[in-house]
Design a protein around this ligand. Structure first.
Ligand SMILES: [Zn+2]
Length: 420
């Protein structure tokens, strides 16, 4: 409607101008040397208009001719850009559909139209990875990483490749470079934490872990590996304070305190740990340097004083009493433990006590038969995959899960029930 109105107004203006031109009176005479021309004023005005229009047309045509190569180049670039954008979209769709052939074709097309930009290189690399062409992808990621405009894209790809190959030192080096390129990226933090766990860099894991991570486990493992004695004590104390039931934390704390000459503090930590979560390793650590069986029994009595009714406490006292030549007391403790535990180690101990008291009797053979049918002894077991281990580890060697290995099989008796 607006266009029709504009045409009507333009037509009215042209008619008005023509009418104005036709209504002009008089003549125009031009004398050029011997040549003299005389014409009516409207004709002259019309001729002048035609001349001006023709001149403008010639100049315009000349301008078009001069700028033609540039215009052709611009048009070509626009077309390439449009087709390149289209190829990028198609490559993204193919990647999302896990169509490696389509992704490679379209990313190649995008590179032809747009050249090697961060987007085209990244898409080509992802397409190559999807197609299983890891070395081609690596070359592309390396050229991305070497650029100034988007090195993180290349480093991230190389890092993922290193993780897939389980080349942890290279992955850690790449993660450090990525951190320098883009400090504080959330994804990078996760990736560095994973690498720290994989490579056993527990101090790094502790520094990178969030509040919901098994921080006590990381701190205990870091304390075990720490070379600096003061720092080891600080880490061990942190682990033990974070989780007083974490046996390895108490053990490493006591061990580091002992190494620093703080024996009585180490013994106090072991006693507190026994009260929170009794474990044979706590007793073994307490007995370090004590060879006399009677002295061991006295030490064991002090160790279990905070948790005397726990089956593990009775089991320990039974062992120590037997070793100290007191089979009657050993039997009393072992039989109390029997009320709450039905484990192989307990029945074997009862058989030993019977043998010490009365020799190889039918009761001893009965205890051994019961040992064969009893529950298996407790062990360090991963709650993630169920694998058992002879020693505690901060992360499962089978499934890689950190902080899930716990002492299982022992009677889980709450402290208040045991001591009440
Ligand atoms: Zn596991």
């Amino acid at each position: 409607m607006r266009r029709v109105l504009a045409i009507l107004i333009a037509a009215a203006l042209v008619v008005a101008a023509a009418w104005l031109l036709a209504s002009l009176h008089g003549h125009v005479a031009i004398q050029l040397g011997d040549l003299s021309v005389e014409m009516a004023t409207p004709v002259f005005a019309l001729g002048l208009l035609v001349l001006v229009l023709a001149g403008w047309g010639v100049l315009n045509g000349f301008g078009i001719l001069v700028t033609l190569p540039r215009r052709v180049r611009t048009a070509r670039a626009r077309r390439a850009h449009r087709l390149g954008d289209l190829a990028i979209t198609r490559a993204l769709v193919a990647l999302a559909a896990a169509d490696s052939g389509g992704a490679r074709r379209e990313s190649g097309r995008a590179r032809r139209y747009l050249g090697d930009t961060p987007q085209t290189l990244f898409l080509a690399a992802q397409a190559a990875r999807l197609g299983g062409l890891e070395s081609e992808a690596e070359t592309l990621f390396r050229s991305l990483a070497a650029r100034d405009d988007a090195p993180l894209l290349g480093l991230r790809g190389l890092l993922q490749q290193a993780v897939t190959r389980e080349n942890w030192p290279e992955a850690a080096a790449l993660a450090r470079r990525a951190e320098e390129t883009y400090p504080g990226a959330a994804w990078l933090r996760e990736e560095r934490l994973r690498l720290a766990i994989q490579t056993g860099a527990w101090r790094d894991a502790l520094a990178l872990a969030g509040p919901n991570a098994p921080r006590a486990v990381y701190a205990a493992a870091a304390a075990q590996a720490e070379a600096d004695p003061d720092e080891a004590i600080r880490l061990a104390r942190q682990a033990w304070k974070d989780d007083p039931t974490l046996i390895p934390a108490a053990l490493v704390y006591a061990e580091r305190l002992r190494a620093a000459g703080r024996e009585s503090r180490a013994q106090s930590v072991l006693r507190d740990a026994w009260q929170a979560a009794p474990h044979p390793d706590l007793a073994a650590a307490t007995f370090a340097g004590i060879d006399d069986p009677m002295q061991r029994l006295k030490t064991a009595e002090r160790l279990v004083a905070g948790n005397p009714d726990h089956p593990e406490s009775h089991l320990l006292l039974a062992r120590c009493a037997l070793a100290a030549g007191l089979p009657g007391e050993a039997r009393r403790h072992a039989e109390t433990a029997c009320e709450r535990l039905n484990e192989r180690r307990l029945w074997i101990l009862l058989a030993d006590i019977e043998e010490a008291e009365h020799g190889p009797t039918e009761a001893m053979r009965d205890a051994l038969r019961r040992a064969a049918m009893a529950d298996p002894d407790p062990t360090w077991r991963c709650a993630g995959c169920g694998t058992s281990f002879p020693l505690w580890h901060a992360a499962c060697a089978n499934c890689g899960t950190p902080g899930r290995i716990s002492w299982e099989g022992a009677a889980k008796v709450p402290v208040n029930e045991a001591t009440g």
